[in-house]
Write a protein that binds this ligand. Structure first.
Ligand SMILES: [Zn+2]
Length: 477
């Protein structure tokens, strides 16, 4: 994708660099941390160890920051040559994300703050689950933890900071931008979404909040699924109720809208169908104000479902649907999304947008659809890390493709540990130990630098306000 995505535009929000700016991350030499710890914890009252005396800014050339052409697709592989300011790049229901510099190598990374972890047993278990998932993931199309900041002494342990790879943009920003999206772009994006989701589903993880804003994109079009705040392990027992407080409404599957007590990985495929339609039409496919209206828009396209197709719905929702005037399906409307909605595209899209989750295409079959052949070829020709180009002197370079182009997880993600957690106190201890175990690597651990200019604003940044969250599900009873 040599044309790139013109990502410079997304950096307009960056503040100019001040020469006196101190980076928010500091390397915490184990000795310094231990010393601070032994000083009666006076300095740890803020919840953080003091920064190491080897200040990261001293190791970097102090240059005037200019953001021109710094995003040609390869810059996040190289140490940053310019001192860039720490700044917020996003926030969601369960965390705040900042773009910061890793003092160990000067690379720009994303720092996610998970605040108020121990407010309740539910929230602390959710954070623990998300953190374990981030450490478990090993896949190019799924965001994973690069590092976790050294936590303070357990008595002061309130927040968790995770470092992930920094991606310049996300699919939401790209869709609403004036940036042209070619059919090649759409195919390579859709291929990577499905490739990442195949991995998650093979680990038995349901993401449950797939939306364009949770699909991070690099300037070279590499895509990674992120935000596992709502993700959980598939519930094998169909009699166990699952929460409906999931999935931003526009991407919410009809079975969840209709109050299904149990649902499957098919909810993620529905969300991808909505995103595929949005990529083609450059607007949200089903954009309603309420869950009931959302169902109306879906049935406008798919027609009134029959009783069998509503078998997972709750009784009240089924009655509501039967009372409504019957509507015919009008799937031909998908052709009017754009000139890019070819037969092949609509054929795949209409298999994702199936009302009945049992009849909806799964990720593996979707990946086998001919529409994705070109996306697969493009991804594995120049974007992936699984295939290699072998160049022998005097001969043409040969691309060696990996034997498995869409790998599954080596093992399922386990959640047995979760059931044994019965108090926030217990979660705090286990979580603290989990992080300390993760830090056993040879890398110099990192901590927050409270002396940094951006620290105050970072420390006080909170999660999304309730009014910014998706509407709650309709109460059918
Ligand atoms: Zn490959």
């Amino acid at each position: 994708m040599s044309a790139g995505l013109g990502m410079q535009a997304y950096h307009n929000a960056a503040a100019p660099t001040s020469h006196s700016q101190h980076a928010i991350l500091a390397a915490a030499a184990a000795a310094a941390a231990a010393a601070a710890h032994n000083q009666g914890l006076t300095q740890a009252a803020s919840g953080f160890y003091p920064a190491n005396s080897h200040h990261p800014q001293q190791q970097q050339p102090q240059q005037q920051s200019h953001h021109s052409n710094s995003n040609n697709g390869s810059n996040n592989q190289q140490p940053a040559q310019e001192a860039q300011p720490d700044r917020p790049i996003g926030y969601g229901a369960f965390g705040v994300v900042w773009s910061v510099t890793d003092p160990r190598d000067g690379k720009r990374v994303a720092l996610k703050k998970m605040p108020n972890v121990f407010q309740s047993l539910v929230s602390s278990k959710r954070v623990f689950r998300e953190l374990k998932m981030l450490c478990f993931f090993k896949h190019d199309n799924v965001l994973s933890a690069l590092d976790i900041l050294q936590p303070p002494h357990i008595d002061f342990f309130q927040e968790i900071y995770v470092i992930t790879e920094l991606m310049q943009s996300d699919l939401h920003k790209i869709i609403v931008s004036p940036q042209h999206l070619s059919t090649d772009h759409i195919k390579v994006f859709l291929y990577q979404i499905l490739r990442g989701l195949k991995y998650l589903h093979s680990a038995r993880i349901l993401h449950r909040d797939i939306k364009p804003g949770n699909l991070l994109v690099n300037s070279n079009c590499l895509l990674k699924i992120c935000d596992f705040g709502l993700a959980r392990v598939e519930e094998a027992d169909a009699n166990k109720a699952m929460t409906q407080e999931v999935v931003t409404q526009y991407y919410r599957a009809p079975e969840i809208l209709m109050g299904a007590r149990h649902y499957s990985s098919a909810v993620d495929v529905w969300s991808i169908g909505c995103i595929f339609g949005e990529l083609l039409g450059r607007r949200i496919l089903f954009q309603a104000q309420t869950p009931i209206q959302q169902l109306e828009l879906i049935t406008d396209l798919l027609g009134t479902p029959n009783v069998e197709d509503m078998s997972s719905a709750c009784e009240a929702a089924r009655k509501h649907m039967i009372r409504r005037p019957a509507k015919p399906a009008s799937l031909a409307a998908l052709y009017t999304l754009s000139s890019q909605a070819t037969h092949e595209a609509v054929h795949l899209l209409s298999q994702m947008l199936v009302f009945n989750p049992e009849k909806r295409i799964n990720v593996i079959d979707a990946l086998a659809h001919p529409y994705l052949d070109e996306g697969r070829l493009r991804f594995h020709s120049c974007m992936c890390r699984c295939c290699q180009t072998a160049s022998q002197p005097g001969s043409v370079a040969v691309r060696r493709y990996a034997s498995d182009l869409e790998p599954s997880a080596v093992q399922p993600f386990e959640d047995h540990w979760e059931r044994e957690l019965t108090s926030t106190h217990q979660v705090r201890e286990k979580l603290h130990k989990f992080i300390m175990d993760q830090l056993m690597s040879s890398q110099v651990p990192l901590c927050i630098n409270p002396a940094s200019a951006a620290y105050k604003s970072f420390a006080s940044s909170t999660v999304a306000h309730p009014s910014e969250l998706p509407p709650s599900p309709h109460n059918w009873e």
